[in-house]
Write a protein that binds this ligand. Structure first.
Ligand code: ADP
Ligand code: MG
Length: 324
């Protein structure tokens, strides 16, 4: 497996703030990689470090085989970017915008015309090619900015919150254009988002970051436990000692108490739930409801973020080591 992006201990401090703290990341070539985290997590800082627009405070990063400190110019020439501003010229038409950026990228006249037509057709803006961008909706502008990022056939694309500020239909449209373009052209995509559904729908792999620290990394389904099932138990009389016992059974790989006071048990593959219910009943718990559900990425994400916030895991608190 080759890597499009590889970082080791990548860190960046601003005065008092540690924006990025020892990031170790490996982005496989050809993947759509989601960098997921709440506002202020360090996502934009990471992209700026990978583009060589910011100096790391410590650590290393290699992008397309090039060192970000020494070869950032070459990196910037080889990648496509869509950062917070779309960078389009409002008074120019869609076609004039793309033609301008294609000239900057030194494409020949023939290449420019063919490429621009193919991209505008792909994003359904060929019919609007001669309209000024000022007349476009935000969603159309963002699609055009996406086409611009693909223009010079980059092998790696950095997209910083590409659907931020779009309404739902526009965001859905942009996501589908992105996925089809990326697959068609075999481009590696490094995409930041604070939208969990977006990460789950679009990305092959996801890294979760908070306060500059990596919390988890892997395919979305692995992060939420490989599509793991969980048992949600509504009951009275659950004591920390029981939770600890449940955690020691082979069926249970994690335990938590949700906001409604339900006990949530993450189940091992193929685990039977009957022995767990029996154990609860035998220890005097009154079970009023027990149901099996799938853990969502959102729950896993919130659990990870919450765990980090409290400096301890909710599972520990449920098992009584840290009384709540
Ligand atoms: N140029 C800067 N000067 C000072 N602090 C910064 C600067 N850029 C980012 N930060 C801080 O670094 C942290 C991460 O910011 P950022 O990477 O923009 O987060 P995200 O993109 O995930 O929302 C924040 O606390 C932010 O205030
Ligand atoms: Mg940001």
């Amino acid at each position: 497996m080759t890597l499009a992006v590889h970082t080791e201990g990548l860190s960046r401090r601003f005065d008092g703030v540690t924006a990025l703290d020892g990031l170790n990341l490996a982005v496989p070539t050809g993947s759509i990689f989601g960098f997921l985290g709440p506002n202020g997590a360090g996502k934009t800082t990471t992209i700026r470090l990978l583009l060589g627009l910011l100096e790391p405070s410590s650590g290393n990063a290699v992008v397309l085989g090039r060192d970000v400190r020494r070869e950032s110019q070459a990196i910037r020439e080889q990648v496509g970017v869509l950062l917070d501003s779309d960078g389009l010229y409002e008074r120019l038409t869609a076609r004039q915008n793309l033609d301008f950026f294609a000239r900057v990228a030194r494409l020949s006249k023939g290449e420019r015309d063919a490429r621009i037509r193919a991209l505008l057709e792909e994003i359904d803006l060929w019919d609007r090619r001669d309209d000024p961008v000022a007349d476009f909706s935000r969603g159309m502008k963002q699609k055009l900015a996406l086409a611009r990022a693909f223009l010079h056939r980059p092998s790696l694309l950095f997209l910083d919150e590409p659907t931020a500020g779009l309404d739902t239909p526009a965001a859905v449209g942009l996501r589908s254009e992105l996925v089809s373009l990326a697959r068609e052209e075999g481009v590696t995509v490094f995409l930041t988002t604070h939208n969990l559904l977006e990460a789950e729908r679009v990305c092959d792999r996801v890294a979760v970051i908070r306060q500059g620290k990596l919390l988890a990394e892997g395919p979305p389904e692995a992060i939420r436990g490989g599509g793991k099932r969980k048992l949600e138990v509504t009951a009275t009389g659950i004591r920390p000692a029981l939770v600890a016992r449940l955690m020691n059974t082979p069926e249970v790989i994690g335990a938590d108490v949700d906001s409604e006071g339900r006990l949530i048990l993450a189940l091992a593959d193929g685990a039977e739930t009957a022995p767990l219910i029996r154990l609860m009943v035998e220890t005097g718990v009154e079970v009023s409801e027990a149901r099996i559900a799938e853990a969502s990425l959102e729950e896993t994400f919130l659990a990870l973020v919450d765990e980090d916030l409290n400096g301890r895991s909710r599972v520990e608190s449920a098992s009584g080591e840290h009384p709540r």
